[in-house]
Structures are given as structure tokens and as C-alpha cells.
Design a protein around this ligand. Structure first.
Ligand code: G3I
Length: 457
């Protein structure tokens, strides 16, 4: 499909400055980035093929695909495409000043992309065989366009090669160390910031069961940071987790655990420099899935900042499909979350970056892992949605003439406006009746999978 909607270089009927232009005018350096995937970035046919003929959520239509919708496509041939050949690429480089690689820089994809029958190899032979070519290509593409690159992620049990399960504790430790040195060393000078450890916390704030905890004990976390620091002493090193974005509320026990973990690492001199709050929000969520308020986000960032950490929103997206099917309501909720939570975050001096987990509803992990939804700031045809403007307004509060918090000032401390209306009252959903509602402790007991994998809202 080549129809851009005809109105802008990005491919939609768009107006006003891009997010990147607004970020450039902020009174401090703010990374405004998005997670990227190689296929839509380099392969226009794949980007077209992901179009769908119908939209199920807010009435927007994603233009029909020219080929099989969402077909299995091979990864792009590096020699086949020139620079910025896809709408995805053009939009990304005009809207953002940073990228993070959504999947391919994790341990398993780096190893599993080796050709040949991997089962024939003993683990110790196989783990040394890295294939960086997809990531090299994405990183170089971004750097050539003046964008920064955040590395995601060095240690995450979910995307760890299965051969690790069969290793002795000594081998696991050695291979984890080797993975970090190999990967950080490969990108030294190109990737300046790493998510070092991801989602190590259980819903109750303790360390979650994982192959690393079982084989190495709790010290695996600090070891990862020390190895990453040794591999690139100039890199900014981040601990990243989810359902830790707000202080207090239904996730207080986990966000307190997040704070305690980081405080302990800092107190003991471990080289950790930042905290990543993922920000996979669901506007209609209840219980532990309820979206935090601006003051909760601000308070969480403030206390992390007092530890001497930088703080970012690392995987922001906002699902709306659990709200009643009223497009005005869904639109308002999505605008409020993108605008007000980002404005609240930007109001804290420690806050220095936002990465969206994708940017167009044409390509979102939510559709594959959860359900049909439209969680991102551009629609499936790369047009700006109302929440795009909400996010841009929030960024503008740090621009010339902006005031920190902007019009949202009253909400940032109390979650109430001057009339006493509480934030989100229009669209936040009531908690279900107690007997039908989520039993948080019982739900969490014995389930060590990450929150997003447990399918809770
Ligand atoms: O690229 C391959 C393709 O070659 C293959 O044909 C196809 C077959 O299914 O898979 C493609 O890879 C998929 C990849 O996403 C790219 O789309 C993988 O199967 C799939 O497992 C992978 O999922 C990613 C997941 O992390 C695991 O890495 C999601 O895109 C990504 O959004 C998700 O991101 C995580 C963060 O890293 C951590 N926080 C939660 C977040 C959401 O789950």
C-alpha cells in the first residue's frame, strides 16, 4: 500500500510540530522514543501486509492490506531496502529522538537466529554464536538519523535461551556474564544506556522465581549491573519493571519492593543509574490493573530521584478496550493518561525519558499477547490520534513559555482540579463487587510469571 493519506511526510493528515521537535525545545534533554521492530522498519511490503480491513475498537479503519494480512514474513533482506523506505521508518525518524529495540536484542533472539540445527550443538558451543545483524542494522539506522538508542534487555528470564535451564549454577553465571560482556561490548559507543535487568519482581515485591534466582540466588541482579558497568563504564544502567509506576494504590506492595530493591543496590554501591517504569496501562483496569494517578506517578519518581537515580517511562502504551464501547469515553481516557501521567512525570527533575512500546496501532504487541486494542498514539494509518496531541501538550510544559505541569498543575499533587473533580472520574471503572473481584494475594501466590503474562487487567 502506498497511499499515505496525502497530507504529510509522515503519512497522515497531521498538523503542527513533531514530538521530536517539541522535545528539542524542552528546557532539558528528554529522550522521546519508541520501540522498534525490524520488519516494518525496513520492509514496506510487510508494513502494508499488516494492515487490516476492519477496526474493532474506536471506529478507525486500518486500510486494507495489499497482501495477506499479518502474514508470516521473513526478516528483511539487508540488501533489499534503501533508507527510510517505509512509512514506519519515515514516521519514526521524524517523531522521535530515540529508539529501543522491542525484541531482537534480547538474549534468546540473539542466539536463536543462528542458522542450522541448534539442537545438534552442546550449550557451551552454541551460546558463543551471536548474530547481531538485525540489531546492528537498526542501531546504525537510528544513529545515522541523530537518534539515540537504548538497549533492552540484558537479563530477563522470559527471553533467556532454554539451554540455560540445563546448565549448572557455575555455567549459568559464566554464560550470563559472557552474554553481557559480548552484547554490551559489541554496542559500546553506539548504545549509551541499557535496561540491565527486567521484571525480577513478583507481585508481592519479593524476587520472582526465575532460572537466575533458582541457580544464582538474589546476587544475580547486582552481578549483572557490575558486569555491564565493567563492559562499558560510560553506559547508563537501568533496572526496569512493571506495575511499579505509582506509589500507593493497589500495586503499593510491588512499587515499594521496587523502591527497596533500588535503594539497597544504591546503598551498597552497585552501579545502577536509573529506574524504568514500564507503563503498560489499561484505562479500564481495576484492582492491580488500575491505572495510577498523576500524584502516584509523581511521588514514585520523586522518591526514586531522591536515591540519586534517573527515572523514565520505558514501555508506555494505553489500552482502552476494557472500557465501555463509547468512543468519546475511550478517547478521553487515553488522552488523559498519555497527557497527565507524562506531565506529572516531567514535573520531577529526576525524570528524563519516555519510550512508547510502539507508536502506530498498526504494529502493537498488545494484539498478539492480549486482544484487539488501539493503545498507541498514531492510528493504523499513521495518523495522529487525540492522545498524540495530549502527549505533545505534556512535552510542551517543558518548552519555552511552558510551566512545569502546565494547566495540569492542580492535578499533579492532589489528583483533584479546582472544582474538586477527581482525576479520571469520567472514565475510571468501579471495582467489581468483593466476591467477584480480584483476590490479589491469592491470585499472585505461586504464580511467578511476569504480570503481563498472567493476563490480569
Ligand atoms: O521476528 C519473529 C519472526 O521472525 C517470527 O516469524 C515470528 C513468529 O511468531 O516471531 C517474531 O518474533 C516475535 C517478536 O515479538 C517480534 O514480533 C516473537 O515471536 C515474540 O515472542 C516477540 O514478543 C516480544 C516479547 O516482549 C518477547 O520478547 C514482544 O514483541 C515485545 O513487545 C515484548 O516486550 C516486553 C518487554 O520486553 C518487557 N516488558 C513487557 C513487554 C510486553 O510483553
Amino acid at each position: 500500500m502506498t497511499d499515505d493519506g496525502g497530507a504529510s511526510p509522515q503519512g497522515g493528515t497531521n498538523d503542527g510540530p513533531t514530538l521530536r521537535e517539541v522535545a528539542n525545545r524542552c528546557c532539558k534533554r528528554i529522550d522521546v522514543g519508541a520501540a522498534v521492530l525490524p520488519r516494518p522498519l525496513f520492509d514496506a511490503d510487510y508494513d502494508d501486509a499488516c494492515g487490516r480491513g476492519e477496526a474493532k475498537i474506536a471506529g478507525a479503519t486500518i486500510e486494507p492490506a495489499s497482501g495477506d494480512a499479518a502474514a508470516e514474513c521473513p526478516l528483511p533482506d539487508p540488501s533489499a531496502s534503501g533508507p527510510n523506505t517505509t512509512r514506519y521508518a519515515r514516521t519514526l525518524s521524524s517523531e522521535f529522538n530515540s529508539v529501543v529495540i522491542e525484541h531482537h536484542l534480547k538474549w534468546a533472539p540473539l542466539c536463536h537466529s543462528e542458522p542450522g540445527p541448534l539442537e545438534d550443538l552442546r550449550p557451551s558451543e552454541r551460546v558463543g554464536r551471536y548474530d547481531f545483524h538485525h540489531c546492528d542494522r537498526m542501531v546504525d539506522w537510528a544513529l545515522e538519523r541523530g537518534m539515540r538508542v537504548k538497549g533492552h534487555v540484558l537479563c530477563w528470564h522470559v527471553t533467556t535461551p532454554s539451554f540455560v535451564d540445563k546448565m549448572s549454577p557455575g555455567e549459568v553465571r559464566e554464560q550470563l556474564r559472557r552474554h553481557i560482556f559480548t552484547t554490551v561490548g559489541h554496542f559500546r559507543g553506539r548504545i549509551h544506556m541499557w535496561d540491565v535487568v527486567n521484571e525480577s519482581l513478583a507481585p508481592d515485591g519479593s524476587l520472582a522465581d526465575s532460572v537466575f534466582l533458582r541457580k544464582l540466588g538474589p546476587s544475580y541482579i547486582e552481578d549483572c549491573f557490575r558486569w555491564a558497568h565493567e563492559a562499558d563504564p560510560g553506559a547508563t544502567l537501568i533496572y526496569n519493571d512493571n506495575k511499579v509506576e505509582g506509589m500507593g494504590g493497589a500495586n503499593a506492595v510491588k512499587s515499594d519492593g521496587f523502591y527497596r530493591l533500588l535503594k539497597d543496590l544504591k546503598d551498597r554501591g552497585v552501579p545502577v543509574h536509573g529506574a524504568g517504569l514500564q507503563g503498560h496501562f489499561s484505562a479500564g483496569g481495576t484492582g492491580r490493573g488500575r491505572c495510577p494517578t498523576p500524584s502516584m506517578v509523581r511521588n514514585q519518581i520523586r522518591r526514586l530521584g531522591q536515591l540519586g537515580l534517573k527515572v523514565n517511562l520505558s514501555e508506555l502504551d494505553v489500552r482502552i478496550s476494557k472500557l465501555p464501547p463509547d468512543s468519546d469515553l475511550r478517547r478521553s481516557a487515553q488522552v488523559a493518561i498519555y497527557r497527565d501521567l507524562v506531565a506529572a512525570a516531567l514535573a520531577e527533575p529526576a525524570f528524563d525519558g519516555i519510550w512508547l512500546w510502539g507508536f502506530t496501532d498498526r504494529h502493537t504487541w498488545v494484539r498478539h499477547f492480549y486482544y484487539e486494542d488501539e493503545p498507541l498514539i498514531l492510528d493504523g494509518n499513521y495518523r495522529r490520534k487525540p492522545c498524540y496531541y495530549g502527549l505533545r501538550e505534556a512535552l510542551g510544559t517543558l518548552g519555552p513559555g511552558g510551566t512545569v505541569g502546565g494547566e495540569l498543575g492542580p492535578f499533579l499533587e492532589s489528583d483533584r482540579d479546582a472544582d474538586g473533580t477527581s482525576w479520571g472520574s469520567l472514565w475510571m471503572q468501579p471495582e467489581p463487587e468483593p466476591e467477584a473481584g480480584p483476590k490479589i494475594e491469592a491470585d499472585s501466590a505461586g504464580d511467578s510469571r511476569p504480570d503481563w503474562e498472567q493476563g490480569r487487567e
